[in-house]
Design a protein around this ligand. Structure first.
Ligand code: SMG
Ligand code: MG
Length: 368
């Protein structure tokens, strides 16, 4: 495949409701969409970094800069580019997995479209629909939380994840358990907001039968997570800490996690995400697909990944209307708690031109 050039498109999509986590509140989703153009196909990738470096060190202006100055020009060296060649071509540039993932995904999408192969089939998916969970932000009151959870349960979500932080942890979990009962699949996500000194507090979550607690401690702190795992009963799931198949293998070997959240952007793309799935499956560690408030483009690709056999827990792959009044693609609609895995070539979906233009802030063409 020969690349003619790459378009970087900055978009801003208002969220239907503010989304508060331990690191901040989002009221709109800023994104970079990467579109690669080849002689026979186009491909799309979504850069899932946030506007500010609060979830991880990457942020959108930084991603645009590294794509423009280093990553896109590095693809000019490859005459016959295919998706597996992208990561090696970018490897000299350290870090920036979200920027790299967006570019690799766009190349992969273009390649699969030109071959007529759906991403799900390419990755080894074994299902045509996936059960969906929903991530519920920190709220101003327990009443507001129960109302939000109730609406999601009524909508059919099969699993609920509560965002927690010190001061918003045991009480919201207790309130949700009391209201919705022990059968509700329930888990929590701290986004690194705790330290080992909080172990006693976190152990107070033990009686509530949570599926998992996600990323309680700092992302670098694998040993701390291994230690915490001995002090609490709730299984530990890592998100921010898992940046590659190697780090997944190390975390598992250390006993730092019993479950892994796989986000393709965080790990440099769908090919590395599949390797993490393979490593975890080989170790008997369940995985699930995380979310970064993606548009329909990123969601389509995540659904393909979530259809692999090792994804045995429901992911944060919620329907379009959980995030956006108007998605840039045909919306993904929940049916009986499931979303369909796209079947068309590549990621299997395209942006609707008018919807895309309505949220576009700027575009930039990088010829190759
Ligand atoms: O896409 O539904 C979604 C968001 C899921 O909670 C979610 N993501 O740490 O797992 C996580 C967070 C990261 C993004 S918070 C803005
Ligand atoms: Mg998380």
């Amino acid at each position: 495949m020969n690349l003619n050039g790459v378009e970087l498109r900055r978009v801003r999509m208002p969220l239907v409701a503010p989304f508060r986590t331990s690191f901040g509140t989002q009221t709109a989703r800023d994104l970079i969409l990467v579109r690669v153009v080849t002689a026979d196909a186009e491909g799309w990738g979504e850069c899932v970094a946030m506007a500010d470096p609060l979830y991880s060190s990457e942020y959108l202006d930084g991603c645009a800069d590294v794509l423009r100055r280093f990553l896109v020009p590095a693809l000019a060296c490859c005459d016959r580019l295919d998706a597996p060649a992208v990561a090696p071509a970018l490897a000299a540039f350290r870090g920036h997995p979200m920027a790299k993932a967006a570019l690799e995904t766009a190349v992969l999408d273009a390649e699969l479209r030109s071959r007529g192969v759906p991403l799900a089939r390419e990755l080894g998916a074994t299902r045509d629909r996936v059960p969906c969970g929903v991530s519920v932000g920190i709220m101003d009151s327990l009443e507001a939380l129960l109302e939000a959870v109730n609406a999601y349960v009524e909508a059919g979500y099969v699993r609920v994840k509560l965002k927690i932080e010190p001061g918003w942890d045991v009480e919201p979990v207790r309130a949700v358990r009391e209201r919705f009962g022990d059968d509700l699949l329930l888990q929590v996500d701290a986004n690194t907001a705790y330290t080992l000194r909080d172990a006693q507090r976190l152990a107070q979550l033990d009686p509530f039968g949570l599926l998992l607690i996600e990323q309680p401690l700092e992302e670098e702190d694998l040993l701390g997570h291994a230690h915490l795992a001995k002090l609490i009963k709730t299984p530990i799931c890592l998100d921010e800490s898992i940046t590659s198949a190697r780090s997944a293998a190390q975390a598992i070997s250390l006993g730092a996690c019993q479950i892994v959240n796989i986000k393709p952007g965080r790990v440099g793309g769908y090919l590395e995400a599949r390797r993490i799935h393979d490593v975890c499956t080989a170790h008997g560690v369940p995985v699930w697909c995380g979310g970064m408030l993606e548009s329909g483009l990123g969601r389509a690709a995540n659904l393909a990944l979530a259809a692999l056999p090792g994804f045995t827990l429901p992911g944060d792959t919620s329907a379009s209307d959980r995030y956006y009044q108007a998605d840039i693609t045909e919306p993904f609609v929940l049916t009986d708690g499931y979303l369909p895995v796209p079947t068309g070539p590549g990621i299997g979906i395209e942006p609707k031109p008018d919807a895309l233009n309505a949220v576009t802030v700027s575009t930039e063409w990088l010829p190759l």
